[in-house]
Structure formats: structure tokens, C-alpha cells
Design a protein around this ligand. Structure first.
Ligand code: DGN
Length: 255
């Protein structure tokens, strides 16, 4: 079986990694739209167009299932992708929400993400429909922090305190990491939010697709990006824990 994963950039490799760990035999194809990242500041229509193009690229490589690793694309484009694609499509928001509802006992859930994801209200709407009180916070500096590889140490600790102080004092017992990059800050976040259950959408998504995945194949991994950047090899090493070759493709971008 071949699973295609796409993201606005490199951070979606956290979702790919969680899928790879859970289904080690499947063939995996990853597309990071590094030429057009970030999606968080683009309009809904633009994110939908980009998402369709990414999914078409994956379908061109005969994937059996598509996972939208990007939170913004999941918020804006999932319904459209489901209408248009001939294969099953999954996003990261619903799995994260369901996992949070499963573990939350206080009736108060926190969610953090990029400005785009938080202002889309996608997490908040799903959680509120289930009668849960939601405290949402955008943490815009977390993405560049991770991309600089500063996932632990004093700067990470300071920023975690800066963004999460209100949430810590609010009485939430569950915190959703609503961004591809945030699982890399999980240790620092967990240390600061002592006693709070941290829900990582990447792992929740890998579990969520279980019913649709047959763990068979050649364990291949192909990585594609729409633009090159010196950050890519560093992030591959940081997230996957190993070096891996990748290909830069330009035909996707029709801007
Ligand atoms: N992949 C994006 C997300 O999960 O929200 C983060 C990177 C970005 O587009 N800013």
C-alpha cells in the first residue's frame, strides 16, 4: 500500500514519521510545498488550490490514500479534497480533537497552532460542538524556532513560558499541539505544562487511519519538495532521526 502525505513545508514530516513508525511496511510519499510555505497567511481559496495541486501530484504517483499533514490545509481544504479525490483523504484536526476528547476530564481543552489555524476556528468549532470549553492560542514563533533546530534549551523554554503562561493558569488538563512543528517542542512544553496531557496530532492521525491501512509494501520512502532550502536536510535529520535523499520538483507551481 502507498500513502501520500502533503504539507505546506517540512514540518509535516512529523506526521509522516508517526505513520512510518506505526505502519513500517507501507510505501510512503511526502510532498512539502516549500516554494509556497506558509499556508497560514493565505486565503482559503488559495490554500484550496494549492492543496488540490499537491494532492494531484500524489495521485500521479498512484497513492492509495492521502493524508493532509498541514493544519491550515486540513482546516480549509479537506472537504473539497474529499469531494474531488478518488481515494480516502484524512486531515490532522479531527484526529487531534477526538484524542483530546478521549483524555480530557476537566471539560477544558487548550489548543495551540499558527495564526492561520487558530483564526480559522477549526479546532475550536469541533471541540465546542462537543460541549468542551476551549482556550486557543497562536504561537507564531514556534515554527521558526523549530526550523532553527532550537527545540530545547533556554530560548525554547522562554518562548514556551511566554506563549503558554495563560493556558497553564487556566485549568486545562489537555493541550492539543495543532501544528506540524510543535511535536518537536513536546518535551519542553510537557515540562512546563506539568500534569497536562499533551495531544500530538501527528500520532493521533496515524492511529486514526488504522482502519484504512494495510501494513504491507516495500517500506520505501520518497521525499519531494517544491523548492530547495538549506533547512530541508537539517529538518529531515531532526524529525526522522536520519539523513534521507529528496527531490526538488518545480512543475507543481503554476503561479
Ligand atoms: N504546516 C503548518 C501547520 O501545520 O500549521 C505550519 C507551517 C506553516 O505553514 N506556517
Amino acid at each position: 500500500m502507498k500513502i501520500g502525505v502533503f504539507d505546506s513545508g517540512i514540518g509535516g514530516l512529523t506526521v509522516l514519521k508517526a505513520i512510518r513508525e506505526r505502519y513500517p511496511k507501507v510505501d510512503l510519499l511526502y510532498l512539502g510545498d516549500t516554494a509556497r510555505v506558509p499556508y497560514g497567511s493565505k486565503s482559503k481559496e488559495t490554500v484550496q488550490r494549492y492543496s488540490i495541486e499537491c494532492a494531484e501530484f500524489l495521485l500521479g504517483h498512484d497513492v492509495d490514500l492521502v493524508v493532509v499533514a498541514c493544519n491550515t490545509a486540513s482546516a480549509y481544504a479537506l472537504d473539497l479534497l474529499r469531494e474531488r479525490l478518488p481515494v480516502e483523504v484524512f486531515g490532522v484536526i479531527e484526529p487531534g480533537v477526538e484524542e483530546a476528547l478521549r483524555v480530557c476530564t476537566s471539560g477544558k481543552v487548550g489548543v495551540i497552532g499558527t495564526r492561520g489555524t487558530i483564526s480559522s476556528g477549526a479546532y475550536q468549532n469541533l471541540l465546542q460542538k462537543k460541549g468542551v470549553k476551549v482556550l486557543a492560542k497562536a504561537c507564531p514563533l514556534f515554527v521558526p524556532l523549530v526550523e532553527e533546530g532550537m527545540v530545547r534549551g533556554p530560548v525554547a523554554e522562554l518562548l514556551v513560558e511566554h506563549y503558554l503562561k495563560d493556558l497553564k493558569e487556566s485549568g486545562i488538563d489537555t493541550l492539543i499541539l495543532g501544528c506540524t512543528h510543535y511535536p518537536l517542542l513536546k518535551d519542553v512544553i510537557q515540562a512546563y505544562m506539568d500534569g497536562t496531557v499533551i495531544v500530538d496530532s501527528a500520532h493521533a492521525t496515524a492511529r486514526w487511519i488504522e482502519r484504512y491501512v494495510k501494513d504491507e509494501g516495500n517500506s520505501s520512502l520518497s521525499l519531494y519538495f517544491t523548492d530547495d532550502s538549506p533547512i530541508i536536510p537539517n529538518m529531515i535529520r531532526l524529525i526522522l532521526g536520519e539523513d534521507h535523499p529528496y527531490e526538488v520538483i518545480s512543475t507543481l507551481c503554476r503561479l
